[in-house]
Design a protein around this ligand. Structure first.
Ligand code: ATP
Ligand code: PAU
Ligand code: K
Length: 243
């Protein structure tokens, strides 16, 4: 059994895998990391291996625990990823984006892929059919948009994401929901259309904490899978590390 751990900018996501099957997924706060991980090991004593990727912030206690309990593999920049990296600043490319690109290459061979991760930030990553990683875009995530508007104005309240029923917001709340949610949906549709125009056949994968919420309203055909990063870690372990 494998424990895959994704340390994001806000939360930690972990999943227990038995070969290619995801047995259970866990989401927890960074402050509870080692306590929650201990619970996972109690529930699944057969976990012998782990794979971890982090957007950068250190999680020393979790790291030590994984090292103590499992044969741990930490994904870092020196790893031989299954794509050619054409980013002009590869040293600053997020590890999470590299894991997502790897997962897309392994799960969707031979096609152009656009991976969209709607998390703290929304990232767009494009890997062409020759497995060349080209780059993409980074924009503020859903929650970040609400929080920024509240934090950087005098009058705007802090709201939680709500699907607007109207396009024309007729109150402060309705205007903010329309601006944030419809705004992000237009952004997604706009990017997707542009990639499709340029590359015709593009497989689109939507993941991250807001994937399910956003997928409901997207017109384009996409694969929505909020576990895509964890599954990509499992694929990396199964097909590039284990063998
Ligand atoms: N308890 C929660 N805490 C934070 N975000 C939440 C929570 N529940 C739902 N979300 C939604 O999930 C989004 C964040 O996604 P996710 O959990 O993938 O981010 P993350 O942990 O920072 O990971 P990453 O850094 O990879 O984006 C937010 O925009 C928010 O709308
Ligand atoms: C963009 C985020 C914050 C998304 O999690 C992360 O991938 C990151 O810190 N990236 C570094 C910058 C870059 O990818 O070019
Ligand atoms: K993200």
């Amino acid at each position: 059994m494998l424990l895959a751990v994704d340390i994001g900018n806000t939360r930690i996501k972990a999943a227990v895998f038995e070969d290619t099957v995801l047995a259970e997924k866990f989401v927890f706060d960074k402050n509870d990391a080692s306590v929650e991980a201990e619970k996972i090991f109690q529930k699944y004593p057969k976990i012998a291996h782990s794979i971890l990727s982090s957007v950068g912030k250190e999680q020393d206690s979790l790291f030590l625990l994984l090292k103590e309990k499992t044969k741990m593999f930490g994904v870092n920049r020196d790893f031989t990823f299954p794509f050619q990296n054409n980013y002009s600043t590869p040293a600053t490319l997020g590890i999470d984006r590299m894991v997502l690109a790897s997962g897309a290459v392994m799960q969707f061979p031979g096609c152009n892929r656009l991976i969209i991760d709607a998390g703290t930030c929304v990232t767009y990553d494009f890997v062409d059919s020759e497995n060349k990683y080209q780059g993409g875009a980074i924009s503020p995530g859903l929650r970040l948009r609400y929080e920024s508007m509240h934090n950087f104005t005098a009058k705007l309240p802090l709201l939680y994401p709500e699907m607007p029923d109207k396009f024309i917001g007729n109150s402060t709340a309705a205007s903010m929901h329309s601006g944030v949610v419809n705004g992000l949906l237009y952004e997604l549709e706009g990017f997707i259309s542009q990639y499709k125009q340029q590359y015709q056949d593009v497989t689109i994968i939507l993941t991250g904490g807001d994937a399910d919420f956003l997928a409901k309203r997207l017109k384009n055909t996409i694969f929505a899978n909020s576990n895509f990063l964890l599954e990509s870690l499992n694929f990396l372990y199964l097909y590039t590390i284990k063998k």
